[in-house]
Ligand binder design. Sequence first.
Ligand code: ZN
Length: 196
Amino acid sequence: MKIERKDIYFVIGVSVVYCSLSAVFSLTSIILPDKITMINPIEYGSLNIKEIGGHFIWGAVAAFVTLRVRYILLGGLLAVLIDSDHLVGLLHIEGIPRMSHSITFAIIATVVLMLVFSRKDYRLGTIVGTSVLTHISYDIFDGPYGFPILTPFVNTIIQLPRIDWLVFEIAAIVIIGVSSFIITKKETVQKSTSTQ
Ligand SMILES: [Zn+2]
């Protein structure tokens, strides 16, 4: 496993786009029904070193199965940066808390990031999609928390049992592991046919 300069640019680029997307997505909640006035996340101390470190480790551990430094770093970073959906809370306007903790955000982020960076980078797609799982996993572990998982279709906050942290983390590891295995196998076949 090694890291080159182009990997660092890639990791920074993906992180910036993902972070902005999550922040913008949180703002869409101001037009949704069931919105509420939110508490400033800094006031109740949700942005601390323990939370940032926890999210990074949960994301990086799941992404480790790719055995590639750029995706391991992204696994950790995206699981932290999804919390830029606190933007709507920081602005003290009415909205829905934790908008990006949802299936819709996972799908939108995967599509947008692959369109922007590489349509064929399926590893990137998997890391982006599962970042929502690893993030929610740590939130529940540290919780108890509820999330608007089905927003914008159902805008109520759905409470999850604490044991689900394990289910979400294992699901992420399995999804990344299986897809990495298939992608690596395909790449090996392509390489061997092109050298023949
Ligand atoms: Zn969170």
